[in-house]
Design a binder for this molecule. Structure first.
Ligand SMILES: Cc1cc2nc3c(=O)[nH]c(=O)nc-3n(C[C@H](O)[C@H](O)[C@H](O)COP(=O)(O)OP(=O)(O)OC[C@H]3O[C@@H](n4cnc5c(N)ncnc54)[C@H](O)[C@@H]3O)c2cc1C
Length: 321
């Protein structure tokens, strides 16, 4: 009888635990440890930020669904991993042993890299449900008192799609509310061109996105290094192909939403020789740690190599180098 623990109950961890339950012999014990009681469908956060979905629409009590499949659940979070003794410490101080561990802890958000960024500073985020709800409040204030909007991705960000989804959805809603003409929109990104997505483009995404932005009068700044934010003001250096500062922009805003760089979960990042310098798990072609053969990883927490060189070194596709 083997005991397998999955850390993280996001898209990665829930999929892994269901599949393990289906594929492994019935005497294997499977448990999931995450943070809090709910599974949240992260890709719907942009809709929450615009009032098109609520927290209840995109969350469910994951312990109940796992229990139906005889998978145990704790929402206490993992604070420490002892890989040599195959032991976990949880947020409530209890310990848990495992035979195999699957890490699916996704990203943590590195707003600290750019002063003034994030919901504790002056910009909005759609990365968590709490952030998305706060962003919705800011959207409502924008409707009441229109002003400039800046949307984008900070340097070191590795997930760009949600910024495009958010800016295009926002633009449509502003037209629907008949306030678009009072609200200039600028898209600011560390990508070398719009539609790059951290993937070197997807098909003809460059032309498609440029066309869409022109049609909707959305201005854009690429190769952007956002130096800092103050209340209602973004300070952005635009780099040339050599990575030197070519232009400096000062962008006023009533609403700013920026995707931050990602980093690994602290409990995972602190395990010696498990992760790269940003806390993402190093794996072989079997998604297994080369250092600790009982540990596997899946989802955004896995370290992936970059695809190509760009003026501002981007992270690909869902991690930070
Ligand atoms: C706004 C937004 C929109 C997106 N849209 C898309 C999309 O349309 N399509 C797409 O493919 N991808 C999308 N993504 C990326 C998407 O988030 C990921 O593909 C997916 O959520 C990653 O799943 P994951 O399980 O790796 O991480 P997560 O979903 O982040 O789950 C990680 C889980 O681990 C838990 N955890 C972290 N640390 C610990 C710890 N120490 N102990 C216990 N638990 C821990 C977290 O609380 C969380 O529950 C989007 C991302 C964002 C931010």
């Amino acid at each position: 009888m083997k005991k397998i623990i999955v850390i993280g109950a996001g898209l990665g961890g829930v999929s892994v635990s269901f599949e393990l339950k289906q594929r492994l012999p019935s005497d294997c014990e499977i448990g999931v440890i995450s943070e809090g009681t709910d599974f949240q469908f992260v890709p719907s956060n942009p809709w929450v930020a615009l009032g098109e979905r609520t927290r209840e629409d995109i969350s469910l009590p994951i312990g109940t669904y796992l229990a139906k499949r005889k998978i145990s659940y704790s929402g206490e979070g993992v604070t420490h991993i002892d890989p040599l003794n195959k032991k976990l410490t949880l947020g409530d101080g209890t310990t848990n042993n495992y035979d195999y561990l699957v890490i699916c802890t996704g990203p943590k958000l590195a707003f600290e890299n750019v002063p003034g960024s994030g919901p504790e500073g002056f910009t909005q985020s759609i990365c968590t449900i709490d952030h998305a709800e706060k962003a919705y409040e800011c959207f409502q204030q924008l409707l009441a008192k229109p002003g400039p909007v800046v949307v984008g991705a900070l340097q070191g960000a590795s997930c760009f799609g949600p910024a495009y989804e958010y800016v295009l959805s926002l633009e449509s809603l502003l037209r629907k509310h008949k306030v678009r003409q009072h609200i200039p929109i600028t898209f600011v990104t560390s990508e070398p061109y719009v539609g790059h997505m951290g993937l070197g483009g997807v098909g003809d995404s460059k032309s498609l996105m440029e066309h869409e932005f022109r049609e909707r009068s959305i201005k854009w700044i690429c190769n952007a290094k956002t130096t800092h934010f103050e209340s209602g003001m973004a300070y952005v250096d635009e780099l040339d192909r050599k990575g030197e500062v070519e232009f400096q922009h000062t962008l006023p805003f009533s609403l700013a939403m920026f995707l931050p760089p990602f980093k690994g979960s602290a409990a995972i990042a602190s395990v010696p020789e498990l992760c790269n310098e940003k806390g993402f798990v190093l794996t072989d072609s079997f998604q297994r740690s080369p250092r600790y053969p009982e540990i596997y990883a899946a989802g955004v927490c896995v370290a992936l190599p970059p695809l190509e060189k760009t003026p501002y070194r981007l992270a690909y596709p869902k991690q930070v180098l």
